[in-house]
Design a protein around this ligand. Structure first.
Ligand code: SF4
Ligand code: SF4
Length: 102
């Protein structure tokens, strides 16, 4: 049986820095499809409330989800539970690091 993603009880990297959820290699068409409520097209990044991405739903470290999961930026797709950025974000919220990917 497939294990649930640790991200579903974390969300730390989505609330760590307003600079993180930024569009990188998305095409114009992909950017145009991003919901304006959560994506600032002019700035090329997710809208944030403080350091927290506006699309993050739930409570960090308990239960979280991405409100735009199918449309999330590439940088969010590249996040790997257990990588260095994950450990930094989790530590910021007092969460233990995960085992490295692989
Ligand atoms: S910090 Fe790591 S475990 Fe938490 S949501 Fe991000 S990638 Fe997932
Ligand atoms: S778009 Fe979704 S996955 Fe990316 S930072 Fe925001 S809440 Fe997290």
């Amino acid at each position: 049986m497939k294990q649930p993603s640790p991200c579903q009880t974390c969300g730390a990297c989505c609330a760590y820095s307003a600079d993180w959820p930024r569009a990188t290699l998305e095409s114009e068409a992909e950017l145009a499809r991003m919901p304006a409520r959560h994506f600032d097209l002019k700035a090329g990044r997710m809208r944030c409330i403080g350091e927290r991405c506006s699309a993050l739903v739930g409570k960090v470290g308990e239960a979280t989800a991405c409100a735009i999961y199918p449309q999330r930026p590439l940088v969010c797709r590249d996040c790997e539970p257990g990588d260095e950025a994950c450990a930094i974000a989790r530590s910021h919220f007092g969460l233990a690091p995960l085992a490295p990917p692989g």
